[in-house]
Design a protein around this ligand. Structure first.
Ligand code: ATP
Length: 568
């Protein structure tokens, strides 16, 4: 397919902010795609492979600048100057390509989506000496064949900032309307298929045949990451029982991070909630699974929790979060920050999907196949009861053991990957904290010059991120003391999309937990709210963007806060 067609689609999608219009435009486009165009679905999400594949484009703005300079015959300094004034590197590429085409009177060549994918897929393969030059020439090759609008979207794809406001949910709705009746039911079936496979092209393959029933044939597979099932909130044990029914299972809500464990023969694979493969980072978990869990092939759902080696006390999530991203000193870290794996569910066992089995049966199977070894691997602490007093006592013991609270689970419920379901609820003490995303920042002055020392926080609103405040406290001056300005600045630098004076805008990628004293109405920020005294508490590399707190949730917290003033 001609890349121009895709670039024009991006353009029309970016011209409307209305979700329904976006869905219609996309739906028309999908109808025209042929079987062999399936991989265009990845490009549509700004990707080159399915979401879970670790091979990402990963090109920094600096490298893209070099390629634009080369392809358009513009001095690098001028490209940077244009970037500072326009702010959007894609627009810079568009403008400079237009200038060049006018000057040389050359038309664009027939750039195809196949060629774009071919070159982009070579990028993550390149490593070591000469890699940068090879990357630049692969990109330059594409840019020299591109028309201005193609250059615009090529560059935005390269730096991972498409700005077309498309999310997985938009593609879901568009597929449902293109190939089925577009009813809510069909959209749910498409979403289920996406949640199981995490591969939009695979779902497209099936959807385009128009056989809705076949969507159900898309199955989970051992070795392929799956989105975890999420919980809703209840305020009290009593409310929890109302939500999930009596009797129910009540388990510790461990304060660690989600780990989905796959076993296939002798191979063990570990995935986080963001579908990241962390098998290398936790070799001791693989050992435990091999030794203490019976079965040839399975997928287990669990929470890994840190504990103090000497006192055996559980530690909060922040203290072990560094293990998730760590690529070196793995053994040292494993010794210093050991984890216990708490298994609480099973999705697949010995060749059979367990998703549709009731929780009661799944939890029994977990108990049967795991040999518990405290501080290594255990079945999550659980009681099954209909007695509120017993449930309250269990909740108190979870808090005493330094855990976050409890989960209450309906015994008959199936496992729904990727869904936030009402038949599993979490209960924990009321806290004023939010998970927000960093969308910008400001370089500091004096002893903090060179570092970004104030970070703009945003909440989620559908496909957009809206600003809600700035945070500059809770960070450390020195790396050894915790998350420092320097460390966060290093993380942010490759994500910068716009730079003006001391201010930068960045790709929404980094989620942080912050505490605050109060939510206030405010005209300063696009969300309409501001946080009083926000304080950074932790990086949340374990959370996907979709788990950033939403504007609706913040409005609700604001209303609750008002109610507490009145009656508190
Ligand atoms: P929070 O922000 O309250 O920590 P969350 O946003 O991380 O919650 P939720 O779906 O709201 O995620 O809460 C469920 C999370 O709790 C799961 O993702 C899992 O990581 C963790 N968890 C701990 N213990 C359990 C358990 N026994 N059963 C299910 N999930 C558990």
């Amino acid at each position: 397919m001609r890349y121009l067609k895709l670039a024009e689609l991006y353009e029309s999608l970016s011209e409307t902010a209305k979700r329904l219009e976006k869905t219609e435009i996309l739906s028309e486009f999908l109808k025209e795609l042929s079987e062999s165009d399936r991989d265009v679905l990845y490009l549509l999400m700004g990707d080159i492979y399915p979401e879970y594949n670790e091979k990402k484009i990963g090109i920094s703005s600096q490298l893209a600048i070099k390629a634009i300079s080369k392809a358009t015959g513009t001095e690098k300094g001028k490209v940077v100057k244009e970037w500072k004034s326009i702010g959007d590197l894609g627009k810079v590429a568009e403008k400079l390509t237009k200038n060049k085409k006018q000057a040389t009177l050359t038309g664009s060549k027939n750039l195809t989506t196949e060629k774009v994918l071919e070159n982009l897929r070579k990028l993550p393969e390149l490593e070591g000496k000469g890699a940068v030059d090879k990357k630049i020439s692969l990109i330059t090759e594409l840019l020299t064949s591109a028309s201005p609008v193609e250059a615009l979207y090529l560059v935005r794809t390269l730096i991972g900032d498409l700005r077309i406001g498309i999310q997985e949910s938009t593609v879901r709705e568009a597929m449902a309307s293109a190939f089925f009746k577009g009813e809510k039911e069909s959209a749910l079936k498409v979403q289920d298929a996406i949640n199981k496979s995490n591969d939009l092209a695979e779902v497209f393959d099936t959807a385009r045949t128009g056989k809705e029933k076949d969507l159900g044939k898309i199955k989970i597979e051992v070795g392929k990451p799956i989105k975890a099932m999420l919980a809703q909130k209840s305020k009290t044990i009593k409310e929890g029982f109302e939500a999930v029914g009596k009797p129910c299972a009540i388990e510790y809500k461990y304060d660690g991070f989600r780990l989905i464990i796959h076993k296939r023969g002798n191979e063990i694979l570990l995935f986080t909630r963001t579908l990241e493969n962390v098998s290398r980072q936790f070799p001791e978990v693989a050992d435990c699974i091999k030794k203490y869990v019976k079965g040839d092939s399975f997928i287990l759902d669990s929470e890994a929790v840190g504990f103090d080696k000497k006192t055996k006390e559980y530690k909060p999530f922040q203290s072990i979060s560094q293990r998730i991203k760590r690529k070196y000193d793995i053994e040292k870290l494993q010794n210093e920050l050991p984890v216990e794996v708490n298994i609480f569910d099973i999705l697949y066992y010995n060749g059979k999907s367990m998703l549709d089995e009731p929780f009661k049966k799944r939890t029994e199977l977990v108990k049967k196949i795991i040999e518990s070894h405290p501080y290594r691997i255990i079945h999550s602490k659980q009681i099954i009861t209909d007695d509120e007093k017993k449930a309250e006592a269990f909740y108190r013991s979870a808090l005493k053991d330094n855990q976050e609270g409890v989960m209450m689970k309906n015994l008959e419920a199936p496992y729904s990957p990727g869904r936030r379901v009402g038949n599993m609820v979490k209960i924990k003490p009321e806290e004023k904290d939010l998970d927000l995303i960093i969308t910008g920042g400001e370089y500091g002055t004096g002893k903090r010059s060179g570092w970004i020392s104030s970070f703009i926080l945003s909440c989620r609103d559908g496909d957009k991120f809206l600003e809600i405040g700035k945070v500059g406290t809770g960070f450390k001056e020195k790396k050894e003391e915790g998350i420092s300005f320097e460390e966060l600045t290093e993380k942010i630098k490759p994500l910068i999309t716009e730079e003006k004076g001391k201010s930068v805008k960045i790709k929404p990628k980094i989620i942080v937990s912050v505490t605050y004293q109060e939510i206030q109405k405010s005209p300063t920020y696009s969300s309409g709210f501001a946080l009083r005294f926000p304080r950074f508490t932790a990086l949340r590399p374990d959370k996907p963007l979709s788990e950033t707190n939403s504007l609706k949730e913040i409005e609700k917290d604001f209303e609750n806060q008002k109610r507490n003033w009145k009656y508190g």
